[in-house]
Design a protein around this ligand. Sequence first.
Ligand code: SOE
Length: 373
Amino acid sequence: MREIKVAVVGTKFMGRAHANAYRQARAFFSPPLAPVLHLACGTNEKETREFAEKFGFSGYTTDWREAVGDPQVGLVDICSPNDLHAPIALAAAKAGKAVFCEKPLARDLSEAKEMLRAVSDAGVPHMICFNYRFFPAIRLAKGLIEDGALGEIRQFHALYLQDWGLAPGLPLTWRFQKERAGSGALGDTAVHIVDLARFLVGEVAEVTGMLTTFVRERPLPGGGMGKVDVDDTAAFLARFSSGATGVFETSRVALGRKNFMHLEVNGSRGSLFWNAEDPNWLWFYSLDDPASVRGFRRIMVTEEVHPYAKNWWPTGHVLGYEHTFVHAVVELLSALSAGRNPVPSFVDGVRAQAVLEAVLLSEGSRRWERVPA
Ligand code: SOE
């Protein structure tokens, strides 16, 4: 079987999600190109060694340049803080390696475009990890919309609420620094619902938004307090190119909400909704049902006919968050093997970043802003 050696840069939440995905993808999907966990890369030597041992990497390094430069590595997987996405992707492109990058693609639109230019000029395959696209229920929703089951799409609603930003004593990590993260909840969580909006409904043409920072100072690791210069919450209205309307809201300080992503799409003939905390069920309402029994039906998306389902367990044996990364990795490896670019690519990363940029502009101008082309 053909193999590709992978370097995963980042050993925290996303590094673990990706490392696990390569192992599961190989075992459950037998992709035509088998991933080999070659190098783990993190900043803390002890943690990186333990991570490499646990997930079965052949080796580890604390220098991302070494990981990218290793001649055996064919695929560079970026799970680092946002400020390192561009330097690592640019170096990987220069070295002729395929690149898989966590979201948001970059800290801002110009950096994201620079990354897209680098991979395009180098002719290397590129993919962004918008993992929520890979829930079977989201794929079913897309299929229903494309088949016209909802008629003309009129409204899109998305809420993505978390509360980890309220944890007492939470230090001023990179996620609270504009210089390192680019933005706060906007780039971290709103970017997912922007991507899902584009995936399900199409391009966003214009937005008007509002960003807020409630917790303005956080403890510095060395003592004292430091200033937070990114948003805790973001809310915006949108108009899609199709004429549909969108309402988006995200927060990392919504007390009681953990990973509450609620999506709803309303069309002229049907509606659907879905929640990431209950991800195996898609709710669907159709005018084609007889009036006497019409109502939202709750579809358990685990049948053999449903996307990805038959590679896992018998019907009804539900899937979770980690499976989305496995499915993303299967797309990545299948595309690399077939010589096509994977989807979603850096183009999707740039398009999503353009929407975020327009929201930031609108917060400053207090007006509607066009999403840059
Ligand atoms: C933020 O809390 C976060 O970890 C995001 O960074 C991830 O992309 C999201 O999937 C879960 O929430």
